[in-house]
Design a protein around this ligand. Sequence first.
Ligand code: C5P
Length: 402
Amino acid sequence: MNRLQNKKILLGVTGGIAAYKAAEILRECQTMGAEVRVVMTPAATEFITPLTFQALSGLPVHTQLLDAEEESGMGHINLARWADAVLVAPASADFIARFASGMANDLLTTLLLATEKKVLLAPAMNRAMFDDPNTQKNIKQLESQGVIILGPGEGVQACGDVGQGRMLEPEILAQAVADHFQTGELAGLNVIVNAGPTREAIDPVRYISNHSSGKMGFALAQACVEAGAHVTLVAGPVQLETPSGVERIDVISANEMSAAVMSKASKADIFIASAAVVDYTPVEIAANKIKKNATEMQLILIKTPDILTAVSTQDSSTFCVGFAAETDNLEKYAKAKLERKSLDMIAANWIGRDTGGFNNDYNALSVFWKNGEQEIHSMPKPEVARELVTLIAKRYHEKNTT
Ligand code: C5P
């Protein structure tokens, strides 16, 4: 995903054993679309050479403050202005102390004084150094000034100690930088959307399915990305293009859809179950095409896993949104499903009326939650999706602040 497209990231590397991992951070940021320039403290160059970063970034690496040649190229003020955000990783105890005290005794601390952009630090040091009151005081002070502190993580350290002080993994740090640029009502949240029908094989040529087009779910995935979320879209067999910025997993059957959703569910803040999961699947799939010799045939079916209930009962902190497509008693059935499936919200739509629904470009929804409801009137599915996502975001944040 190009979550850092067109973003300029200044990567500050200070002297610590985790400095070798900064090369990986650079690659992660580049993969996400960023242009990265590297500034190293003199101590960092003892752990990893500037040449490594130069080769990876394709740009000169900045190491010196008082260097006529560097200053005539891109000096510290220009570097500070160039960056959209500064990530210092690893940030050593010494660097944190110098930065917190406002010193400007090397290129990195100087340009941090000069920048007005967001600064993110990934501390990395021995656990006792991290716990030291001086380090803690410095970190708290930087935080109070608006610096974002990422980590550190816990685990085995290079020195053999076990505890808090390990630099967070490069991928997590790159995602944290990207999160900082995400604005919107779902900024930084993980959302799973499932969409479309499932297809339950009877034999190699026949299957049971339904008329779901997947359009509503795809529109919801798009609206969630626009709202700043990381979106995984688990799609049944549909002919639709993947919305930009969405991670898509294609599946065919209800069991496959269940496995794909459950593999991501533990990290999901929100699950939007818009898929029309087929309710019953053949107990056995015939290996060969069934011949139509008999005038009657019987098919034995078994219930498919209820994916939504599995997610909502596994972890009540995941905000679960279900769908109910009904031909009658819409409100009664939807509210019963809200309760039975332990949902935070349910979006119900009529089937067989001209307000939209299955295989239609329009939709209208009646949305219910505990002690509340809202109508979303008939309009194109992308607009319905945006309204529903706004409602989901509002309720999600209310749930997580009370
Ligand atoms: O029980 P019913 O199919 O009416 O409920 C609809 C809701 O439950 C939808 O959100 C649908 O995605 C979800 N569902 C599910 N797994 C099933 C059947 C329905 O997640 N096997």
